[in-house]
Design a protein around this ligand. Structure first.
Ligand SMILES: [Fe+2]
Ligand SMILES: [Fe+2]
Length: 470
């Protein structure tokens, strides 16, 4: 196992001190990162003590430390999962050959692009969430927000390390640009659409961490299969942290639902907004929005780029190595959603070109599991949440801009516009109501009235622990 060096400016298990040039380059990038964090990270609490988890090694047990830290002093480090000795490429044209420890010249541009696109999402979400600390529903939630934020910062470090270490001067320039693009910036926005949307309130935050961080899980999982071994090992370790982000989303939505159900029972009405809760109809609209926006992140249904990435061994399928097939897919065909003559239909395509769609389908199946768990909370009031149809509110691919309802019906342009304005995605009154509920709770253990307490605290601490010293 690579030993972690925790006593240097940049904690790492990549033996950074043996490469002076690289170390100096990253040490000169670091102050710019801190400057970015202070300018575009959380708008408050920067000099408060926060009870945070910090990655300190990649060992199965005890990979992280918990303790109070002021966020700008967080030890953002570079950690790659342990190398698998003799690892072979598991799919594509180079299957069976040794995994690459350096970047092959012919794949340099494609690999750099994949790393930059992934890297760009990490600081983007910190920027999107920067104002939420003012309105946290509890000190417990405030801490979880900061945990997600610092770890997205570490994910940025992970990608920046790869760019600096393996891509020379253009890698360093790309690393600089990752701090120059900003979420929602008119002139220099983040690369992907969902990462330029605001995260204006905590209901949005929970759905974002459930749906959009889960896109991250699927992208990282397919990059973890990469023939480029350092990328594979980087993503494997990032996935470990990512699990907590999705927990924040899944449990956050569950707690909102629990509170809504409690209020529905107590007052015998579904209109709980008047009692300081959030109606199920509103919650469903938030779900529709965040799910549909996240579906776009997987790209067009068919893509020759995706086929080329797979054939080259750059990006595999979800759980590639566990799949029971030839890992080549040459000559294979499959059905892919299509939209023709105002109807939702399907077309047959080469499986290799349909990889984006396959990953999206795996993602949807994973999303559905959480919805099922949420619906157990709603069973007592005879209600349920549903994932909208794959064609609803899409901006990328064959369904982009098509008038498809959440139920999957194709309707008139006029009917669709009025549904969008009044029924299917958060409407002004939803946003105003949710916004009005947002108030920053600073007293440990106390919860805002629209959300139930969590089942347990963090790291075996009680719920009323002072997770942030305010
Ligand atoms: Fe991340
Ligand atoms: Fe994340």
């Amino acid at each position: 196992m690579a030993t972690a060096d925790y006593n240097t400016l940049i904690p790492n298990n990549v033996d950074l001190s043996s490469d002076r040039r690289l170390q100096r380059a990253l040490e000169s990038w670091q102050p710019r990162f801190i400057e970015w964090w202070k300018m575009l990270g959380p708008v408050a609490f920067q000099d408060h003590d926060v009870y945070l988890r910090t990655a300190i090694s990649v060992a199965q047990d005890g990979w992280a430390n918990f303790g109070y830290v002021k966020m700008p002093e967080y030890r953002w480090g570079i950690f790659l999962a342990d190398a698998v000795p003799g690892r072979k490429i598991a799919f594509g044209d180079h299957m069976g050959m040794d995994a690459w420890q350096e970047v092959p010249g012919e794949y340099r541009a494609d690999l750099r692009r994949l790393i930059v696109v992934q890297g760009d999402t990490e600081p983007a979400s910190v920027e999107q969430q920067r104002r939420l600390c003012l309105t946290a529903p509890s000190v417990y939630d405030l801490r979880n927000l900061f945990q997600v934020n610092v770890e997205e910062g570490r994910h940025l470090w992970a990608m920046v390390y790869l760019l600096h270490r393996y891509f020379g001067r253009d890698g360093r320039e790309e690393a600089d640009d990752l701090l120059q693009r900003h979420s929602g910036d008119q002139d220099n926005p983040r690369i992907l659409g969902a990462f330029n949307q605001a995260t204006p309130d905590w209901l949005s935050f929970y759905f974002f961490t459930y749906f959009t961080d889960r896109d991250g899980k699927f992208q990282l999982a397919s990059l973890k299969e990469s023939a480029f071994d350092p990328l594979s090992r980087t993503c494997e370790f990032m996935l470990k942290e990512e699990a907590h982000h999705m927990f924040v989303g899944a449990s956050g939505v569950a707690r909102v639902l629990q509170r809504t159900v409690d209020l529905m029972k107590e007052h015998d009405t579904s209109d709980v907004a008047q009692f300081g809760g959030i109606d199920l109809a509103t919650i469903q609209r938030y779900l529709n929005f965040h799910f549909s926006v996240s579906l776009d992140l997987f790209g067009a249904e068919t893509s020759t780029n995706a086929a080329n990435y797979f054939a080259a061994g750059l990006k595999g399928r979800f759980h590639e190595e566990q799949r029971d097939d030839d890992h080549q897919m040459k000559g294979e065909r499959r059905m892919v959603p299509a939209f023709e003559s105002a109807a939702i239909t399907e077309h047959e395509h080469a499986s290799l070109t349909a990889l984006n769609e396959m990953l999206r389908e795996d993602y949807i199946a994973d999303c559905a599991k959480g919805v099922e768990r949420w619906n157990r909370i709603l069973a007592g009031v005879g209600a349920e949440l549903r994932l909208p149809h794959i064609g609803f509110n899409r901006h990328v691919g064959v369904f982009a801009g098509q008038p498809i309802t959440p139920d999957g019906n194709v309707i008139s342009e006029g009917g669709w516009k009025s549904g969008m304005a009044s029924e299917w995605i958060p409407i002004d009154s939803d946003k105003e109501h949710v916004q009005a509920l947002m108030s920053g709770i600073r007293e440990p253990g106390k919860m805002a009235g629209w959300i139930a307490p969590p089942a347990t605290g963090i790291h075996a601490k009680p719920i009323e622990f002072e997770y942030v010293r305010t």
